[in-house]
Design a protein around this ligand. Structure first.
Ligand code: AMP
Length: 541
């Protein structure tokens, strides 16, 4: 027997509609690429979003069209999130830090029809446009006064004269709403296609799980970019809960963040550990915390215990979170339950260094090599699988990539190796995937290796992650030269530069006689990591 309740579709437009009605004065504050700070309320934002949706329609956006963004965190990017999805399009956020090759692949694979771009990235678009889909309309996210020369449309002109009301369609809740690509272990990036349903449920999950950060009137700073898996859901969870959003634009260094947090009385700040290490240095230089800071959410990479301790010692609640693009992304959060809050400091920091406990709507299991479930005893480590309302059911137009990531019961294999303890705390112990995470961004060691192997004087090579105090991990290239001669380091770098962005290049190259192999004849990264784990990279002196 079915329940007899209304079946109203979950839709993204309702989030902003709710905020405009119930939290109309909560703000969206943005450091603009034009150089100033801009403010508008949710009520004002909702009107501009309606105008933008009309503008998108006049440009020809149809239901299901992919509309891309290449932009920093700011109100116009936020408006695009709502206008595109609300009017039936798919908001495809592109990471500007990707290499030219990867970005071109993504724009073509998604068949984007329009691209909205921040002023900063106009030169990048100009350089690559020839390789992107024909007829791609490019809209620069600024006003007429700041428009660059060239074949571009102007964002503010798109809104001008449009109605401030839009009749948001009741789309089926499974309708695609957002698209975000993540790096693969090898080959091309893979897309996760979010739906209205998964996005709204995720926003509710995040709001429920992080009540310290998300309350009416709270001022929340997403340093995590809007092009990184929806800024961890904040653009949806903040308006849903009435929290104000403070968008930092492109200046993410410690001093800029400190200034903004101080001026705007940011209560809760969200970002990767590298960003908080920069802020920590600035706090030490100033000898004080930014005014009003009470809460931080740290994720994307493991938060070092020393970082957690530094902020907790000054009374800032640090919440360690874990998740992935494929999970919308939040999977776990580490706020302490009451029964653990009174523990001595060292114990509390140790617990907070774990990745936290699952949020409602995400199930976790760890399995051994045969896929058998392992106990949640804090000891047994196995590959972590997830299932939930906001977890991907398959990569976008990429059947091949789906082959080995789902188990027979449909759970998604995260590629992380973890333990789960009796209290439900997850600890990521290793990565099954062969990736390096630098400053919150992925570098594929396999892709680097494949490129280097093409050099005629390279007999074998491996790339491993070396711990780095600022970037978390940086790539080290280990090369076995051919018997004929040793390749020049500069030649190897030139070769890599043809395919990779500058920040993805190895920091150092070492030459060895042979590379250790595993029992199955694969390069033993484990042995190499042990061997070179203490390797001093050139910029670490
Ligand atoms: P992405 O899809 O780029 O967000 O990356 C997801 C991956 O980042 C996860 O599978 C983990 O390997 C890693 N990750 C994210 N958060 C954490 C964390 N708090 N601690 C350790 N690793 C993390």
């Amino acid at each position: 027997m079915l329940g007899s309740m209304m079946m109203r579709p979950l839709k993204i437009a309702d989030i902003l509609g709710y905020a405009a009605e119930i939290h109309p004065r909560s703000e969206v504050v943005s450091v603009r690429t034009e150089g100033d700070v801009h403010r508008q309320t949710y009520a004002q934002t909702a009107k501009r979003v309606a105008q933008l949706a009309h503008g998108l329609k006049t440009l020809g956006m149809e239901t299901g069209d992919r509309v891309a963004t290449l932009a920093w965190n700011g109100y116009r990017h936020f408006e695009l999130y709502y206008a595109i999805s609300g009017a039936g399009g798919v908001c495809h956020t592109i990471n500007p830090r990707l290499s030219e090759e990867q970005m071109t692949y993504i724009v073509n694979h998604a068949s984007d029809t329009m691209l909205f771009v921040d002023l900063t990235f106009v030169p990048l678009v100009a350089a690559r446009r020839a390789d992107w889909p024909e007829g791609l309309k490019v809209v620069v996210m600024t006003d007429r006064a700041h428009m660059p020369d060239g074949d571009y449309l102007c964002y503010e002109e798109l809104l001008q004269g449009q109605s401030q009301h839009y009749d948001w369609p009741d789309l089926p809740e499974e309708t695609a709403a957002g698209l975000c690509y993540t790096s693969g272990t090898t080959g091309h990036p893979k897309g996760t296609l979010y739906s209205h349903r998964s996005t709204v449920l995720h926003a509710m999950m995040v709001g429920l799980s992080l009540p310290k950060a998300l309350q009416p009137g709270r001022r929340v700073l997403p340093v995590v970019p809007l092009f990184h898996v929806n800024a961890w859901g904040l653009p949806y969870a903040a308006p849903l809960t009435g929290a104000s959003l403070i968008f930092p634009g492109g200046a993410l260094d410690g001093p800029s963040l400190f200034r903004l947090m101080d001026q705007e009385q940011v209560y809760s700040a969200w970002g990767v550990p590298t960003v908080w290490l920069g802020l920590e240095a600035e706090i030490k230089a100033q000898g004080r915390m930014p005014q009003g800071l009470g809460d931080m959410v740290v994720g994307g990479s493991a938060a070092p215990a020393s970082l957690i301790e530094f902020f907790e010692d000054d009374g800032v609640n640090v919440c360690h979170a874990w998740g992935m693009t494929e999970m919308s992304p939040i999977g776990t959060q580490g706020n302490l339950p009451d029964y653990l809050a009174d523990k001595p400091s060292a114990e509390r920091i140790a617990i907070k260094s774990k990745q936290g406990r699952r949020v409602f709507g995400v199930e976790l299991k760890i399995v051994d090599e045969d896929g058998a479930r392992l106990p949640h005893d804090g000891e047994a480590a196995g590959e972590l699988y997830v299932r939930g309302h906001a977890v991907t059911a398959g990569y976008y137009k990429n059947e091949a990539a789906n082959q080995d990531v789902f188990d027979a019961d449909g759970w998604f294999g995260t590629g992380d190796v973890a333990t789960i303890d009796a209290d439900g705390y997850l600890t990521i112990t290793d990565r099954a995937k062969d990736l390096i995470k630098s400053g919150g961004e992925w570098i594929s060691s396999l892709d680097l290796e494949n490129t280097v192997m093409a050099h005629p004087l390279v007999a074998n090579c491996a790339v491993i992650a070396v711990p780095h105090p600022k970037w978390d991990e940086r790539p080290l290239l280990i090369v076995v030269p051919s018997p004929a001669a040793r390749p020049e380091v500069s030649d190897l770098m030139d070769l890599l530069s043809e395919h990779f962005a500058k920040w993805q290049l190895p920091d150092d190259v070492v030459f060895v006689d042979e590379i250790p192999l595993t029992a199955t004849g694969k390069v033993s990264k484990l042995t190499l990591r042990k061997q070179f784990g203490d390797h001093k990279l050139p910029d670490m002196d």
